[in-house]
Design a protein around this ligand. Structure first.
Ligand SMILES: *[C@@H]1O[C@H](CO)[C@@H](O)[C@H](O)[C@H]1NC(C)=O
Ligand SMILES: *[C@@H]1O[C@H](CO)[C@@H](O)[C@H](O)[C@H]1NC(C)=O
Ligand SMILES: *[C@@H]1O[C@H](CO)[C@@H](O)[C@H](O)[C@H]1NC(C)=O
Ligand SMILES: *[C@@H]1O[C@H](CO)[C@@H](O)[C@H](O)[C@H]1NC(C)=O
Ligand SMILES: *[C@@H]1O[C@H](CO)[C@@H](O)[C@H](O)[C@H]1NC(C)=O
Ligand SMILES: *[C@@H]1O[C@H](CO)[C@@H](O)[C@H](O)[C@H]1NC(C)=O
Ligand SMILES: *[C@@H]1O[C@H](CO)[C@@H](O)[C@H](O)[C@H]1NC(C)=O
Ligand SMILES: *[C@@H]1O[C@H](CO)[C@@H](O)[C@H](O)[C@H]1NC(C)=O
Length: 618
């Protein structure tokens, strides 16, 4: 507004002067209004001067003065532009108007003065430029809402052109942002940010002239730093991602082993230790640990700041609590709703300082050939052969984790989990000899031991040797001379034993005539159970031979409940006679192992355990 006003003013002034100098040769002049493009070359025509005075009268002299006079020169009655290579007319520098005066002298006396007003016409000779402080790195939090304006960029164009902003789609993180209003420079968040996967973003922004022919443009590389926001939950370490594409941690199960000896100790786990970290690594909020369940009334405590896991009370009985399963929780101190859970399994193991051992390397077993499908292998003295290991880690020497097996498995024999061997009697031949290997494996520690069993198949009616002494020491370690004497001695012994047995058999037959006494006979702890004509297995022996068995039967025996019961643990009369006369269905069980009925069989055995007997044991 200012300039048009001034122009008006000058015109008034000039009109006045015109009237003053009407008589002058400098008459005919007027103010000059012209325009010139910026960047025009030197000599560019600006305007003709309308002074009509006769130049030839040589009294008229024209002169350019005023602030911008240097931009012009006179060539006759023509005003031209004076520029040079180093002095280019630039509207952006010079402003939009050049102002000068044209003074007309006549005989060195100033007659009139005219204003020269030259507008500099704009040319698009400038590119847009980003303002430096508008394209420095930006910092925004990852919690920034999508669709909100995250920052604004600004570029300027010296020519005053309108600018359009464009996100270069080839820049790596372009898809996180968009521009809704192209001329505003407001950058809008297009996708949720995640500090954990991309803490820094980079994008290229173009600023381009909207309406010019040239559409000059410029670009800037922007760095956007993402600030960690509290959007992640804590997780237990080590973190196992659900899958490579889903970076969610699966909680580990921390396991450890203890024995009853552990007390007031810090437990070490596998994987270990029990640790968690905040998912927001940039924040790393303080965490607090706690046991949610399974601490068994304070038996286990956790340090709420370190996760240190402590056993306070020793485990009294492993049999009651073979393991403990606890749930632990970790949460952020500042936000308890951000939490994670994990399981802790504490296995209570037997103290394992001693390996299980067999009492001997070779066990001796006997089996008497018979037609019954199965019989229990006995050892010297017609006792049940129990191939068992003892383990000094246990006060009673019995490790309940021992598993017995035959190696290699045999088609003729089986071993029960109490170390009792069962033979398929009907497939054996008298005078056969079988060497078996029994493996005992501690299922908990993995320790293994083995022993061999040397089993002799005796023929029907043959007696089981009463001791290893007679067999081994007599003939094994004495020399020939002594052997003769010993043989004679044995012969003597055998004869006297025969006489003794004969007497007993007679006595027995007398007893058997009285049926009332059957049960009593069985329960009597008599040595007479060795009936040379009968199968080897004697329950009388096994009763007293075997702890577990006697334990279970003791009570019933003490209460005399077996006495007088039909079919319970009796010797049948008929069994003293040829086998054909009697057959009854029975189950032979490993007397030491109630849980495992070993074999059902039809038997003519004289020593039978009826179903009733088994029920009794339960
Ligand atoms: C200026 O004057 C010159 C001669 O003096 C003439 O040739 C030219 O055409 C004039 N230009 C204008 C725009 O009147
Ligand atoms: C043009 O301008 C330059 C620098 O201002 C000056 O030296 C020169 O004399 C001028 N040329 C004319 C023809 O007036
Ligand atoms: C910027 O200008 C150049 C030419 O000067 C052109 O090749 C380019 O495509 C332009 N960029 C944009 C985003 O228009
Ligand atoms: C716990 O004992 C078992 C064997 O019973 C073993 O396999 C496991 O590695 C032990 N765990 C630790 C943490 O020692
Ligand atoms: C937890 O552990 C820290 C560091 O070892 C210890 O300073 C703090 O006393 C412990 N807290 C408890 C309750 O034992
Ligand atoms: C952690 O345990 C200590 C001692 O038991 C207690 O004083 C403290 O308040 C607990 N910290 C938190 C955050 O609960
Ligand atoms: C823990 O003991 C229970 C029986 O008490 C068993 O069912 C479970 O499988 C055991 N767990 C582990 C991990 O050993
Ligand atoms: C093994 O021998 C020891 C004594 O040496 C005895 O106490 C234990 O009962 C025997 N165990 C078996 C299964 O025979």
């Amino acid at each position: 507004m200012l300039r048009p006003c001034r122009l008006l003013l000058w015109q008034v002034v000039l009109r006045l002067s015109y009237h003053v100098v009407t008589a002058s040769l400098c008459l005919g002049g007027s103010d000059i209004f012209a325009s010139v493009k910026e960047n025009s070359p030197t000599g560019q025509f600006i305007s003709n001067i309308s002074i009509s005075g006769d130049a030839g009268a040589n009294a008229v002299k024209l002169c350019l003065t005023g602030g911008n006079a240097g931009w012009f020169y006179l060539e006759g009655r023509t005003i031209r532009l004076n520029t040079s290579v180093s002095r280019v007319l630039d509207r952006e520098v010079q402003g939009s108007v050049l102002i000068a005066e044209l003074t007309c002298y006549e005989d060195d006396v100033m007659q009139s003065q005219f204003r020269i007003l030259v507008e500099i016409l704009n040319e698009n000779d400038n590119r847009p430029n980003f303002l430096q402080d508008m394209v420095q790195s930006f910092t925004i939090t990852e919690l920034t809402a999508v669709n909100s304006v995250v920052f604004t960029v600004k570029a300027v164009d010296a020519d005053g052109d309108m600018i359009t902003y464009i996100i270069d789609q080839s820049s790596p993180d372009a898809w996180f942002f968009r521009i809704d209003l192209p001329n505003s420079g407001n950058i809008v968040l297009n996708k949720p940010l995640d500090y954990e996967t991309r803490p820094h973003l980079e994008l290229i922004i173009w600023a381009q002239e909207s309406h010019t022919k040239e559409k000059f443009n410029t670009s800037a590389v922007l760095t956007v730093n993402i600030e960690d926001g509290d959007d992640q939950y804590p997780h237990f370490l080590p973190c196992t991602p659900v899958s490579p594409s889903v970076p969610v941690c699966m909680s580990p199960t921390y396991t450890t082993n203890i024995t009853h000896k552990h007390q007031d100790v810090v437990l070490e786990f596998s994987p270990g230790p029990i640790r968690a970290e905040d998912g927001d690594r940039g924040i790393n909020a303080p965490l607090i640990y706690s046991i949610l369940s399974g601490d068994d009334r304070g038996r286990f405590v956790i340090n709420n700041s370190t996760g240190e896991f402590r056993l306070t009370r020793a485990v009294d009985d492993r049999r009651i609590t073979p393991n403990f399963t606890l749930n632990v929780m970790v949460c952020q101190v500042d936000d308890r709703l951000k939490y994670s859970l994990a399981s802790v399994v504490v296995r209570v193991l037997y103290e394992n300082m001693f390996p299980p051992v067999f009492n001997r390397t070779t066990f001796k077993g006997f089996i008497i050939q018979s037609s019954s499908p199965a019989s229990i292998v006995s050892t010297y003295g017609n006792q049940v052969l129990q191939v068992q290991v003892s383990d000094h880690d246990f006060s009673d020497g019995l490790n309940p984790n021992i598993h017995y097996s035959l190696h290699p498995p045999s088609g003729l024999y089986q071993v029960t989990q109490r170390g009792v061997l069962i033979a398929r009697t009907d497939q054996l031949h008298a005078f056969d000899r079988h060497i078996l290997q029994v493996m005992a494996r501690d299922e908990e520690s993995g320790e293994e031991v083995s022993a061999s069993v040397d089993i002799e198949v005796l023929q029907r009616g043959q007696a089981v040797p009463s001791g290893a002494f007679t067999e081994q020491h007599m003939f094994g370690e004495v020399d020939g001379r002594v052997a003769g004497g010993i043989a004679a001695m044995i012969l003597m012994m055998f004869l006297s034993a025969l006489a003794f047995l004969l007497l007993r058999t007679m006595k027995r037959q007398r007893l058997q005539r009285d049926p009332e006494e059957h049960a009593a006979v069985a329960l009597e702890k008599c040595p007479n159970v060795v009936n040379p004509s009968r199968p080897v297995f004697s329950l009388d022996d096994s009763l007293y031979n075997n702890q577990a068995f006697s334990h279970h039967y003791e009570s019933s025996l003490q209460s005399d409940s077996l006495h007088g019961r039909q079919g319970v643990y009796t010797r049948k009369l008929s069994l003293l006679h040829p086998p054909s006369s009697s057959s009854s269905t029975i189950i032979i069980t490993d007397p030491t192992d109630r849980s495992r009925p070993a074999l059902h069989l039809l038997s003519s055995s004289s020593h039978t355990l009826s179903d009733q007997t088994l029920e009794e044991s339960d």
